[in-house]
Write a protein that binds this ligand. Structure first.
Ligand code: AGP
Length: 605
């Protein structure tokens, strides 16, 4: 939530920041602002709205300066308006913030701030506290402020009398920093740094970084120099634009064959799953008595598929827990529980906190993360990176299918380590996994057909999605996708559950999407479909290409999924559902990549 950028150097700071804010906008798009420090004077330009609106404003104001900070906001404290947009200024202090200051009311009282603030934000309170402690030594002011704060924060701060310098500090919320050819830069994530350099570092928590034109210096909170651990950007920057697609979501859907291949290929050796590069010992897979997956949203839906696979193929119990609920259900995890934390961003605070708790309880853990060096990757014991590359659209697509790919690999390695499968069974499974990219390509090639079929739900107010077992898990994700990008109310139901209440909502012409991909569930699923059809529902059916359907029945809308073995049907079916959601949003003329009220990275609880 919220994107942060800071730049000092000989380049065009205004342009660098506006371009970076566009790349970071997926983190929040309620308002945007920049501040430039020039000859002891700080100029702030900010407004509610998108970065493009800020850009227009800058064309009129023409700010000057080569040292600046910028922000794109997802509102938490205080509504969406110009005053609440960042940067915030208090005396000589100008500050941007990502996170939540939980004790901001106490701080307001303690430092007599009532009536002295221009906004309703917790962030401005932090700026005022920094100002309170500032007597010319930025480190001391920042250190003393940080010790007073409760909550999460990533701050970038400028002081009027500290020319060309930007200071930053964080707790939980991310900041990365780097040196560029002509300056130094910091940002909420690597996407904004990658156009300038491949070398960057993650600011450690409770450390202060100072950016100057030609150097970056890192200090711990006692003021001692700290060592910088440099990392390398692991994706191809030329792939980070829209590459001719109208929206990132379409581009990211289309990239799936390639990124799934890139995720699985390095982990297959001699036809077997292999995590030696990740240094994951087999004991992790053999010693656990149960598994607990923690994740949110789409990543949690990937976990549900993982649960079905592992329970069916390994025979051990798997819980999938919404990370946001984990702490409120008296979690029982111990040294016998293998915790798998799944997160595209690696920054989702609920997942991070749940993982930290599980580790304190002695649970071994694997994190499945897309962003290199992210907080969750660093908090876990082992990390398996999905190689999805930057996922910019708020709606997750390629991150989900690469997470699934990793879960197939984990299942296979676990079966192998436990000696559960014959050599032939293992090779069959791996061969099917390696076929996934080409099968998804076949779904993508039917783009026009899916676009046409998506018309079945385009004007709906409510859509129901029904299926059992793995099909139900597929639909939970399909339904989330449709909701978030099209604003159509949609619900996934385990179809056996319909008769226990929900079928009351099915009336003449209610659109229902049904997925039937599992042989053992087919006859029951088809019966459930007939039940809704006889109440007037219009059914769009997704079913395997070689299934025969009773000719006597009414199937106005059928999409034939390319054939895979049942456990793998999740892949083509999920991609088809992603495309339905995408085309509905596109045809409604919505901002597909930035749905209302959402942000890509959820760093507040
Ligand atoms: C799905 O399209 C959403 N963007 C959302 O549910 C997302 O998957 C969730 O917030 C978890 O994010 P993470 O994978 O970065 O932890």
């Amino acid at each position: 939530m919220c994107g942060i950028i800071g730049y000092t150097g000989n380049g065009n700071a205004e342009k660098i920041m506006l371009d970076a804010l566009e790349l970071l906008e997926y983190r929040g798009y309620d308002s945007a602002g920049i501040a430039l420090l020039h000859q002891g004077r700080t100029q702030i330009i900010k407004r509610a709205g998108r970065v493009k609106d800020l850009r227009k404003l800058c064309e009129t104001v023409k700010p000057v300066g080569c040292c600046g900070i910028g922000h794109t906001r997802w509102a938490t404290h205080g509504g969406v308006c110009d005053e609440n947009a960042h940067p915030h200024r208090f005396g000589p202090v100008t500050l941007i913030h990502n996170g939540i200051i939980e004790n901001y009311r106490e701080l307001m009282e303690k430092y007599h701030l009532e009536g002295r603030l221009a906004s309703e934000t917790d962030s401005e309170v932090a700026a005022a506290v920094v100002e309170h402690f500032y007597t010319g030594d930025p480190y001391s002011a920042i250190r003393r402020t940080v010790l007073k704060l409760k909550g999460t924060f990533a701050f970038a701060i400028m002081f009027d009398d500290q020319p060309d310098k930007i200071f930053a500090v964080r707790n939980v919320s991310p900041i990365v920093a780097a040196l560029t050819q002509d300056g130094a830069i910091l940002a909420s994530d690597v996407a904004a740094v990658a156009p300038f350099t491949t070398d960057y570092f993650v600011l450690p928590e409770f450390h202060v970084v100072c950016l100057e034109k030609e150097k970056v210096s890192l200090f711990d909170l006692s003021g001692d120099h700290a060592q910088i651990d440099w990392l390398k950007v692991d994706w191809d920057v030329s792939r980070s634009g829209k590459c001719g697609y109208p929206f990132y979501m379409e581009k990211e859907i289309m990239e799936q064959p390639q990124v799934i291949r890139e995720t699985i290929a390095p982990r297959i050796r001699d036809g077997r799953p292999d995590f030696s590069a990740e240094q994951i010992p087999d004991s992790l897979f053999t010693d656990c008595k149960r598994i607990c997956v923690i994740a949110c949203g789409t990543a949690m839906h990937a976990g549900l598929v993982g649960k079905s696979l592992i329970q069916a193929m390994i025979g051990i119990h798997v819980d999938v827990v919404m990370a946001s609920e984990f702490m409120y259900n008296d979690p029982v995890v111990d040294k016998d529980t293998l915790v798998i934390a799944i997160s595209q961003s690696g920054e989702t605070i609920d997942t991070l906190e749940a993982l930290k708790f599980a580790r304190k309880c002695g649970s071994p853990s694997i994190c499945v993360v897309n962003v290199m060096g992210a907080s969750i990757a660093r908090a876990g014991e082992y990390v398996i990176y999905t190689h999805a590359g930057p996922e910019i659209a708020v709606a997750s697509t390629k991150a989900y299918t690469t997470q699934l790919a990793v879960l197939y690999l984990i299942t296979a390695r676990m079966a192998m380590a436990r000696g559960l499968w014959s050599g032939e069974e293992l090779s069959d499974f791996m061969a099917e996994l390696e076929r996934v990219p080409q099968v998804i390509r076949r779904v993508l090639d039917t783009k026009e057909e899916i676009h046409r079929l998506s018309g079945a739900v385009l004007n709906a107010r409510d859509v129901f999605m029904i299926g059992r077992g793995l099909d139900y898990s597929i639909l939970l994700e399909g339904s989330l996708k449709l909701k978030e990008v099209s604003y159509i109310h949609s619900e996934a139901y385990a179809s056996g559950e319909l008769k226990h209440g929900t079928i009351a909502l099915i009336t003449e012409d209610t659109p229902v999407i049904a997925v039937v991909t599992q042989e053992k569930l087919k006859s029951k699923e088809l019966s459930n479909i007939r039940e809704v059809q006889s109440r007037g529902a219009r059914v769009l059916l997704l079913i395997k290409e070689n299934e025969t359907l009773d000719a006597g029945e009414q199937w106005s809308c059928v999409y034939r999924l390319p054939q895979m073995k049942d456990p793998f049907m999740v892949m083509p079916a999920s991609v088809a559902l992603q495309m339905i959601a995408y085309f509905v949003s596109l045809d409604k003329g919505l901002d597909v990549d930035k749905p209302r009220n959402l942000a890509k990275v959820v760093t507040v609880e």
